[in-house]
Design a protein around this ligand. Structure first.
Ligand SMILES: Nc1ncnc2c1ncn2[C@@H]1O[C@H](COP(=O)(O)OP(=O)(O)O)[C@@H](O)[C@H]1O
Ligand SMILES: [Mg+2]
Length: 583
């Protein structure tokens, strides 16, 4: 999981340069406050030493200067700690906002095939888990590199100046004694990671269980789901117990160590003090210095593994960021292209990326022509490549061989945005975004007038709007789930009609409509035809029989074409499909 040390360092450096360096002002401010906290730590040890010696000598400064100095140091150190943390938080947070923004932009504008390939959960995890790991690592580096090391350095300096043999002894013994605590910390975090992943699985299981409630009920799957849930809950509880057990060990362990350290210190330092080589104040000063330095040493001890996790996460993020897009604008691509609506395909061959195990291509010499203003239909058995043709027309993928042309121009010579501006797609799933019906229709042409929205809604047979109390302002719910499949299709159709794209692509766009609504939609399309090119994919022959030209697809190739009557008379594939639907 973790990269090689050398490349891990390279990655950390790259990350720092790309994202943290622009925030150097905040991070530098953090270093300034870190230096103040370290200075205050030194001051603590110093004032403690003096106060104890004053006390021993009966010096009245012990109740004037000492309390005042301690209060001043507390004030300094606590406010410096706060501002140091804040400066780092702000710097790192800003860096991560830029990173998330860049990552989202890259993914959403990158290749469609990539977005399709991974389970969407993988991308969600880039934004939640990975960003969280990077945040922790960045904060820890920002904090520990400055504050912890400066504080430890100040405490060590104090001890060396006061009593160097004792200081050297501590510097050797201390890390050895601390090692088990550091290991324990590592174990807790590793278990936490597993628990975190398992929490992700649990939440996707729960989401699925509740979203699929209809199927669960209909097939009486409650028992099966309850069993699956029970084992997920038990697994989670088991992991939690492991984490809690490790955590429960930390405090007793620290207690023991603190006691041993105190005992050792008194033994050694007390002996030196009695021998006249150290003052009582110095012994107390040492204890203070160790107390201040301890949490910082602990933090430094676990820094490496936090950093490794952050680097592994940054590696995953960079893999997304570094991925080049394949479907891009060619240099010199035409940007202000307006199509008259002539669409042609010429000997197109295409296989889906990663679908290499298939023996034949999805499209195999696909050739067709849709005349401007005409209604052209693609029919064929499911899996014959009809939706694939639309994917290639929109350049969600590029053809392996052959070409698609708009008004005689190869699609790849047009910029992606001007190409996609030529098409309005209504797909079978008719995806709607959370918002109102009006919001969704307006996506076809933002800024269209209310009258236009109402007109296209009517044309797309959205009469259900008139019956809803909120009308066009009815919220569609997440993904449009408040609407039925047929209602969603009609809203999607209205959206397409509102757009001024010269070519309408309808992919099983009326498959969920009742025959009455479909007849209305057909009328609307008949009115649109003549002004726009319409290419329809449909299973139901009722939808395509009026088309100006029908292309019959089989295994990614056009096997016959003509008008409905001609194809029936031909007695081939189309006639076969038609007779299947009539009986
Ligand atoms: N994203 C994809 N990745 C790999 N194969 C795909 C993908 N989409 C479709 N296919 C395959 O391509 C073939 C044609 O699919 P499609 O064009 O959707 O058929 P149709 O729309 O005619 O039912 C099918 O065999 C399908 O399994
Ligand atoms: Mg399809």
């Amino acid at each position: 999981m973790t990269a090689e040390p050398a490349s891990a360092r390279g990655l950390a450096r790259r990350f720092a340069r790309d994202w943290l360096a622009p925030q150097w002002r905040w991070l530098a401010l953090g270093v300034v406050f870190s230096a103040l906290t370290a200075a205050a730590a030194y001051g603590y040890a110093e004032i403690t030493t003096r106060a104890v010696d004053w006390l021993k000598d009966g010096d009245p400064r012990v109740f004037t200067i000492a309390p005042a100095a301690i209060l001043a140091l507390v004030l300094l150190r606590s406010s410096a700690l706060f501002w140091q943390t804040q400066a780092n938080n702000i710097g790192v947070q800003r860096a991560l906002i830029h990173l998330q923004h860049r990552l989202f932009e890259k993914l959403i504008s990158g290749d469609f095939s990539r977005l399709q390939a991974a389970a969407s959960g993988a991308y969600v995890s880039r934004f939640s888990n990975d960003v969280q790991l990077i945040r922790e690592a960045s904060l820890r580096v920002a904090t520990n590199l400055a504050r912890s090391s400066l504080t430890v350095a100040a405490c060590v300096l104090f001890m060396l100046l006061k009593d160097w043999p004792l200081a050297l002894l501590l510097i050797v013994v201390y890390p050895v004694a601390f090692w088990p605590v550091v290991r324990l910390g590592d174990r807790i975090r590793r278990t936490s990671r597993v628990a975190q992943e398992q929490a992700g699985e649990l939440s996707s299981f729960l989401t699925e269980a509740f979203q699929g409630a209809r199927t669960v009920k209909a097939y009486s799957l409650e028992g099966r789901q309850i069993d699956r849930a029970r084992s997920a809950f038990e697994e989670r509880a088991r992991l939690y117990l492991r984490i809690l057990r490790s955590k429960a060990l930390v405090d007793p362990f620290l207690e023991v160590m603190g006691g041993v350290a105190l005992a050792g210190l008194f033994a050694f330092a007390g002996w030196r003090a009695l021998a006249g080589e150290a003052s009582v104040g110095e012994v107390i000063g040492f204890i203070t210095a160790i107390g201040v330095a301890s949490p910082e040493v602990r933090a430094l001890g676990t820094l490496n593994s936090v950093l490794n996790e952050g680097v592994a996460a940054a590696d995953r993020v960079y893999q997304e960021l570094d991925q080049p897009s394949r479907v891009v604008d060619r240099p010199g691509a035409q940007t202000n292209f307006r199509s008259s609506g002539l669409v042609e395909a010429d000997q197109v061959v295409f296989s889906y990326p990663g679908g290499a195990e298939r023996s034949s291509s999805v499209l195999n010499g696909f050739t067709f022509r849709a005349e401007p203003g005409a209604v052209t239909a693609l029919v064929g058995p499911s899996g014959s490549g009809k939706s694939t043709v639309f994917n290639l027309l929109l350049r969600l993928y590029d053809a392996d061989a052959g070409q698609f042309r708009l008004d005689g121009v190869d699609l790849r010579n047009l910029s992606l945005s001007s190409l996609r501006g030529c098409f309005a797609l209504v797909s079978q799933d008719a995806f709607l975004f959370e918002g109102t019906i009006r919001d969704n229709i307006l996506l076809g042409r933002p800024g269209a007038s209310s009258d236009d929205v109402l007109r296209v809604a009517r044309e797309a047979a959205c009469h259900f709007i008139d019956e809803a109390p909120l009308g066009l302002e009815t919220p569609v719910g997440e993904g449009g789930r408040n609407l039925s499949g047929g209602q969603r299709q009609r809203v999607a159709l209205a959206r397409a009609l509102l757009s001024e794209a010269p070519i309408l692509l309808l992919d099983e766009a009326t498959s969920a409509l009742d025959s009455e609504s479909e007849a209305l939609v057909q009328d609307a399309l008949a009115r649109v035809a003549g002004r726009r090119t319409i290419i329809v994919v449909a299973h139901r022959l009722a939808t395509v029989r009026a088309a100006d030209r029908i292309f019959v697809l089989s295994s990614g190739r056009v096997v016959e074409s003509g008008r409905h009557e001609e194809l029936i008379a031909l007695g081939g594939r189309y006639a076969e499909l038609a007779s299947g639907q009539l009986t």
